[in-house]
Ligand binder design. Structure first.
Ligand code: NAD
Length: 305
């Protein structure tokens, strides 16, 4: 049976490190870092994420500033708020919660955030720094995934890594970070031919697709390490019966509650083939917020450097 890579435990370690560094700043008379979160509209999932971010800020001593705007906010109003936050010296990080309601241009909003405060790491300037292998603000999820791999001592040099998914949030930056650590990286996506065969080449498989249970046990090379970034809500019993065949408890939960969360990987099947796997929930999910606060602290440190 594979080892379960406990993302929650690693997120706790990362957050504790941030808390200690923030405490040391306060003891040295420096101001607390500040994170501004902009939430436009009423998307229920976004509300939960924003709440979780505020809780994590409070835990580590980072100031959290929440800006809620109605769904029909004009782009010019959002632009003006971002400009104000860019100029505010108490704000080190700015996060515009995605997705934005229809009618708002998210690229325009993200590009307007000052690169020095872009704690999501989505600004082209920071993407360019990552491409060049230079220090900068890097996307939270892949950064935290790299931290998890480092904690578990996985030697990446020369390793065959396959990243499933090519988004700018996860897939592409993850591939660049693995490349930086000298892995041999393949990016696979929705147009890749013979996906199972490509996945089977991986010593490290990172799935960031958003398709519940896409990766079957037979796609995984025996002994591979599997990071499952996908977070999917499954309500369909037939789909559940297929993808949870090796996870009777999950299937029973689906039957009892009408919905369960799962990743892109069939966890029960992966556990029988891989050497280590992240679960969903409790794997990569909690790491993302830890990555965000690590970035916010870094931005605050850079602002004074
Ligand atoms: P996205 O929709 O932007 O990108 C998905 C990628 O998967 C695309 O590049 C697409 O080419 C690829 N893809 C889609 N269908 C495919 C298929 N059938 N076969 C192969 N490739 C396919 O998604 P994203 O923002 O990168 O997020 C991916 C998943 O990760 C989602 O489930 C999302 O909820 C989750 N996510 C989790 C965290 C976290 O904190 N754990 C953070 C970000 C995203």
């Amino acid at each position: 049976m594979a080892t379960i890579l406990d993302g929650k435990a690693h997120a706790d370690r990362m957050l504790e490190e941030v808390r200690l560094r923030v405490e040391a700043r306060a003891a040295a008379g420096q101001r607390l870092p500040g994170l501004a979160v902009v939430l436009v509209g009423e998307d229920p999932a976004s509300q939960v994420y924003v709440r979780n971010k505020a809780t994590a800020c409070a835990r580590v001593g980072v100031h959290s500033f929440e800006h809620r705007l109605p769904a029909d906010t004009p782009q010019a109003v959002l632009d003006a708020l971002i400009d104000r936050l860019n100029a505010d010296p108490t704000v080190d990080g700015i996060l515009v919660q995605l997705p934005l309601p229809g009618g708002l241009d998210s690229k325009r909003a993200l590009h307007r955030i000052s690169p020095a405060k872009d704690v999501d790491g989505f600004h082209p300037m920071n993407q360019g720094l990552l491409l060049e292998g230079l220090p900068g603000l890097r996307p939270c999820t892949p950064t935290a995934c790299m931290s998890l791999l480092a904690h578990h001592g996985l030697a990446l040099k020369g390793l065959r890594a396959v990243v499933l998914g090519r988004s700018e949030i996860v897939g592409k930056p993850m591939a660049l970070m693995l490349l930086e650590q000298h892995a041999t990286v393949t990016i696979a996506h929705s147009r890749t031919q013979d996906l199972p065969a490509v996945c089977r080449e991986a010593d490290l498989l990172v799935a960031a697709v958003g398709r519940p249970g896409l990766v079957e046990g037979s796609w995984i090379r025996p002994g591979a390490v599997v990071l499952d970034v996908g977070i999917n809500r499954v309500q369909d019993l037939d789909l559940g019966a297929r993808i949870f065949a090796a996870e009777p408890t999950k299937l029973a939960n689906l039957q009892a509650k009408g919905a369960v969360l799962c990743g892109d990987v069939r966890f029960g099947e992966a556990m029988r083939v891989a050497s280590a796997v992240t679960p969903v929930p409790g794997g990569v999910g909690p790491l993302t917020i830890a990555g965000l606060l690590t970035n916010t602290l870094w931005a605050a440190e850079q602002a004074e450097a």
